[in-house]
Write a protein of this length. Structure first.
Length: 221
């Protein structure tokens, strides 16, 4: 967004300082001067003023406890200006692929999310979040709720392959401590699966689809 709209000021936050360091480095390398990043926890009060942003965009909040969502939405409403928009994007699975190692890592992540109490899925086979996004926004006070499903084909040879690979590769590595903490794998197994998943994602016959749902609404003026 900062690259596409250089006249805008773009701010981002994440709970993981490694992810913030990664984002800051990427912005510096790309000479993106209108983007800045902070380490913050989405379930805590955010270090932004009231009625500050025209657009608040949140993606992949499956890592927060499901019972904290109403409080999180209220905080997002606080920092959004009247008439501004809140937009949420979530997935049920982190892509469907033909890679055995990638699929095993995906199952482990969903299992860990379930054990952490961060999903509404009864059996932990998905995040269970996408059906709830509209209700979260509506209950938080948003108006004019709209939805847009999308799918990214990042199979080998497709235009999006390299971009998605560059996003998911560090994510798979950064999520390892969470998987180990929740007891779904060991460091040795996680490292081996990471290595195998890297090979799968770069193979010529790799096929992958990433299904997403974006839901948005605006704060009353």
């Amino acid at each position: 967004m900062a690259q596409t709209y250089p006249h805008l000021e773009v701010m981002g936050f994440d709970i993981d300082d490694r992810m913030i360091n990664y984002a800051t480095t990427q912005a510096r390398v790309g000479r993106v001067d209108n983007a800045s990043f902070k380490v913050m926890n989405a379930v805590n009060p955010l270090d932004y003023p009231d009625n500050f942003f025209d657009l608040v965009n949140a993606r992949y909040l499956a890592v927060i406890p499901i019972n904290t969502w109403p409080k999180v939405i209220q905080e997002l409403m606080r920092i959004t200006r009247p008439g501004g928009f809140i937009r949420l994007t979530e997935v049920e699975q982190y892509s469907i692929t033909n890679g055995p190692a990638f699929e095993k890592l995906s199952r482990m992540f969903l299992q860990a999310v379930k054990l952490a109490g961060n999903t509404s899925s009864p059996d932990g086979r998905s995040t269970g979040l996408t059906p709830l996004l509209g209700r979260f926004l509506r209950n938080g006070g948003c108006q004019n709720i709209q939805r847009k499903p999308s799918v990214i084909d990042w199979s080998a040879g497709m235009e999006e392959h390299e971009a998605v690979y560059q996003v998911l590769r560090p994510f798979i590595k950064l999520v390892q401590p969470f998987l180990i903490k929740m007891g779904v794998t060991t460091q040795e197994e996680a490292d081996q699966l990471f290595h195998e998943a890297e090979i799968e994602m770069m193979s010529d016959d790799f096929c992958a689809l990433w299904y997403l749902l974006t839901v948005w609404g605006n704060k009353p003026g």
